[in-house]
Design a protein around this ligand. Structure first.
Ligand SMILES: *[C@@H]1O[C@H](CO)[C@@H](O)[C@H](O)[C@H]1NC(C)=O
Ligand SMILES: *[C@@H]1O[C@H](CO)[C@@H](O)[C@H](O)[C@H]1NC(C)=O
Ligand SMILES: *[C@@H]1O[C@H](CO)[C@@H](O)[C@H](O)[C@H]1NC(C)=O
Length: 240
């Protein structure tokens, strides 16, 4: 009975973990037939229902080139692949391609990189020196920005709140680290402990109400005022 109980408890906690992780839609890297896992970092998908998991397939083409495909996939299909690879290491020869690896995951994005869990399947180590950010000009809601791009080296993500044409809008994009540092310093000096940014007036007459930077994947799809308080200082000489 003790064993049964334990099994039951384990089962329930697995079920709980599974359903909890699915509550607000699992985010997965999404791509098809790319040669390098890093080419997959710029697009992602939110799984449609709680029965889906993130997957990563590594397929060998007839030319012997390996390509990756990623996205959401039903748990049943994931389980089938898992069962197949646990048994004989057999690959489908009926197709012209060979599946070298097919794995699924349901954990949240990596806390330090923000990369969805399927970026790390099939022994992949996605690059993290390049920051991928939401890039949208003048959107009403920063969380709804749907364009994501890699920033140039030495740049991180920025989220700004701007007053333009009598409206408050958000600008999301990339920014140089030293510019971020200078802005952070100005913010700290001008408004210690407050949530308002440097009311900079730009050449085009727009007023920057808040300007913030962050450096995890798509971290800038958030409100500037919440980001400025946790903004990292990259060069202590500039922002102390
Ligand atoms: C998260 O990312 C860090 C930094 O790249 C890496 O060392 C770590 O293994 C990753 N963790 C998981 C759970 O993938
Ligand atoms: C990220 O942090 C949360 C909360 O601390 C934790 O539950 C989760 O497992 C972490 N995710 C990864 C991929 O390490
Ligand atoms: C930090 O900023 C100072 C002042 O601009 C600069 O001289 C220095 O090289 C910077 N340090 C690093 C590590 O980039």
């Amino acid at each position: 009975w003790k064993k049964m109980n334990m099994l039951f408890t384990v089962g329930v906690s697995i079920l709980l973990t599974f359903s909890l992780s699915c509550v607000d839609g699992l985010t997965c890297l999404s791509c098809k037939g790319v040669a390098d896992i890093n080419d997959c970092l710029s697009s992602e998908a939110t799984c449609q229902n709680s029965n889906e998991e993130c997957y990563l397939d590594k397929t060998i083409l007839p030319s012997l080139q390996a390509v990756f495909s990623a996205g959401c996939r039903s748990k049943q299909v994931c389980d089938l692949f898992a069962a197949a690879s646990a048994g004989k290491r057999e690959t489908s020869r009926t197709k012209r391609t060979t599946v070298a690896c097919a794995e699924c995951c349901t954990t949240s994005s990596n806390n330090s990189t923000g990369i969805p869990c399927n970026g790390y399947l099939c022994k992949q180590k996605p690059k993290t020196d390049i920051t991928t950010c939401g890039v949208c000009d003048k959107v009403a809601d920063p969380t709804l920005c749907s364009v994501i791009q890699d920033c140039p080296p030495n740049e991180v993500c920025t989220s700004e709140l701007i007053f333009a044409n009598n409206q408050l809008v958000h600008r999301l994009g990339c920014e140089r680290k030293d510019v971020c540092d200078v802005t952070l310093k100005g913010y700290k000096d001008a408004h210690p402990g407050q949530y308002t940014g440097p009311k900079r007036k730009r050449v085009d007459g727009e007023i920057v109400i808040c300007s913030s930077c962050c450096d995890t994947r798509t971290c800038n799809m958030a409100d500037c005022k919440s980001l400025i308080n946790i903004q990292p200082c990259y060069n202590k000489t500039l922002c102390g």
